[in-house]
Write a protein that binds this ligand. Structure first.
Ligand SMILES: C[S@@+](CC[C@H](N)C(=O)[O-])C[C@H]1O[C@@H](n2cnc3c(N)ncnc32)[C@H](O)[C@@H]1O
Length: 291
């Protein structure tokens, strides 16, 4: 008997999404955008893509996020995979940000859904979104333009943004860390620490690690190459290790978690070298090291 090499995603979810998605609307959207010109405008030709990004097919899509198809189907699919509702889940982060930040950075911003919400909540703030995929950034730019929101989208790597240290009051990321190997996630947290002003806030909304550990089939379903490793980790410990204090994680509707921490007021920042950034793994459940 021939066994199926198809993943759960290919067998069940892709056909289901195929039914739910309005293909005609997607085609029209694709045709409304001048991809060649927009990609040329946003692409940083000097950017070197990390290996994990080039060599992984996220959600089973060939070329992962480096494709126009991925960029135009991302939003229509994502609305169905964030129960109890995409906007409600994203608002848990956007509405939790404290004070009146002047500059906010959204790491791995993708098509910019959270980035746009940040600008709507903090219209006076300067908002920047950064992502490795020019295609996702073209979609984000298109959405911001349609919504008449001024947002700076930038083609870059969240591990090493090249942005000025201590220049953001808030650094956040939604749905990024389950997509990166844990060593990369830890490097992203160190870069966030470097970018934040003293007392600056980091906010991270992502899959719930406890739930992912307890319910293994969730790891299989979406063809995320690093989600199981992410679920085995402990974001609170990673944040503590990166130097943050007042680390706190709350569960959002069982499936998601919102993590928050602050950069100590007295923090001194030494820009890490790449070799230090991709440090060897340490035991995730060890006590958080003193900073
Ligand atoms: C699941 S999507 C999340 C997009 C968006 N934040 C959201 O909430 O819908 C993950 C995004 O992270 C981006 N990404 C992955 N690794 C990255 C890195 N090292 N630096 C910047 N972006 C990265 C991908 O290109 C993709 O757009």
């Amino acid at each position: 008997m021939e066994t199926s090499a198809k993943s759960l995603f290919e067998q069940f979810l892709a056909p289901l999404f195929g039914q739910l998605i309005d293909r005609e609307a997607l085609l029209q959207l694709r045709n409304r955008i001048d991809w060649e010109a927009e990609m040329a405008a946003i692409t940083n030709p000097h950017l070197v893509y990390p290996d994990y990004y080039l060599n992984s097919d996220f959600h089973g899509v060939e070329n992962g996020y480096l494709s126009i198809d991925a960029a135009i189907t991302y939003d229509p699919i994502t609305q169905y995979v964030l129960p109890p509702g995409e906007t409600w889940v994203r608002e848990s982060l956007v509405n939790a940000i404290q004070g009146s930040p002047r500059r906010i950075l959204d790491l791995g911003c993708g098509t910019g859904t959270t980035t746009l919400m940040l600008k709507q909540r903090f219209p006076q703030a300067e908002i920047m979104g950064i992502d490795l995929s020019p295609q996702m950034l073209v979609m984000a730019t298109h959405k911001a333009r349609e919504a008449q929101l001024e947002i700076d989208f930038c083609h870059g790597d969240a591990i090493a943004t090249g942005l000025e240290e201590r220049s953001f009051d808030v650094v956040c990321a939604t749905l990024l860390l389950h997509e990166t190997p844990p060593a990369v996630s830890k490097a992203i947290l160190r870069e966030s620490f470097r970018l934040l002003t003293p007392n600056g806030q980091v906010w991270l909304l992502d899959g719930n690690q406890q739930t992912l550990r307890a319910v293994d089939w969730l790891n299989t379903i979406f063809e995320e190459p690093f989600i199981r490793d992410y679920g085995q980790g402990n974001l609170d410990a990673w944040l503590g290790y990166a130097g943050f204090e007042a680390v706190r994680t709350e569960t959002i509707f069982w499936l998601h978690q919102l993590s928050h921490a602050r950069k100590p007021v007295a923090a001194t920042v030494a820009t890490p070298h790449a070799a230090d950034v991709l440090e060897p793994d340490y035991v995730d459940f060890a006590p958080i090291p003193a900073v």
